[in-house]
Design a protein around this ligand. Sequence first.
Ligand code: GLT
Ligand code: MN
Ligand code: MN
Length: 412
Amino acid sequence: MKPIPQADHFPLIQRLTQACGGSYRPEQRRRYFITGPQWAAAYEGQAVFHAPTRPPIGFEDVIRRFAEIGIGYWCTHDTDVIPYDALFQDRQWEITGKIKESLDANGLKCSMVTTETFHHPVFAAGPAAEAPAIREYAKRRLANTVEIGHTLGAQFAVYWPGTLGYQVQGAVEETQTLQWYAEGLNHACETDIAVAARHNRPTLKHCLEAKPFEPAAEILLPTSDAMLAFISSGLLKHPDMVGLNPEYLHELMWGAAPRAALARALVCGKLFHFDINDGYRLKHDVDIGIGLINPLDWLCVLVLLRSHGYAGPFNLDYKPPRTTSQEGVFAVSFPTAVDRFITLWEMAGEVISDSVIKDATEALKAGGEPEDPSSAQSVFEAQRELLTLHELIAHRLFQILIGQHRGRTFSI
Ligand code: GLT
Ligand code: MN
Ligand code: MN
């Protein structure tokens, strides 16, 4: 086959993307609380084994391109946009002012800010290390991010304690470290109360995000469940201000059912924010775009969230693959991820109103009437036929996923 001339590459990608069909218009996409992280769009493809495959890109371009796609909200780490030597300086506020201008000019809102407490060597021993100076520095950073968040109009702050842990055993005392970590969060919440009052705004929703396996070898808060226990441990001064930002893949990674993890957060009233992506069980954090690996599971997740009225952000925390070009990030990766989310969300609505699933679920809930309610065998026999409906519901979900409920057929 003849090599394709360079000039034809992007037109080919555009033609095939259009041929896929099924894309939504920017104004349709903007109806959903979909948020786009600066770091996801600016991810250059680097990793422990990988050199970058894409050039750097600044917030002006990311915000502009999110706006063109119809991603209505933007979020960032402090140091995604503010270089270390500009933190706490006038320059930080100049940059923040420029971000605000970009957001306003493009009709975007800042939904969330997060503090990077894992990349710089100062956090080599984590944000709650033994040395008071490290912890004081971490507190300053958290407080600074809260101030930036209010300046940009954010509603959420996220904390990912991936370096709260250790590589070797015995040197780090876990209970003490958790106490110190709580002090950092207490400081963020207290700063927030003061700053919010000054800005005449509600306080932020502070969201903890768990990841089980990296980058620390052992992680002190590895799962959303561990974080729920931490929130209600008594160590936090404002537990009402603190909730969760579960990430779909981070729950799947340790072998959990993400939907069950989300349900546990829901019943605690702590599902504040949600990072959406995909990947594999018991592997590292591959951060693949939503729905590419587990679409059926994703459909079920969204059924749960829709039926419980979850109204928080859906944050596109995934990594465009290294094989995708810089143009491809905005022409293919982000728009298709958004569109898969919207499709799955709308399908979840179809599941909720599907008459087969409704009737089956109601029949299961009504149950059968045993002749002898005190006999296990009798109670079991009274339900035996009805329980077949579990598998029928699963089949119906599959049909909805592939469109058979709308008459899609296959000729054989
Ligand atoms: C980091 C992590 C993500 C978190 C980000 C928030 S940082 O990239 O892997 O899952 O959401 O700090
Ligand atoms: Mn991840
Ligand atoms: Mn995440």
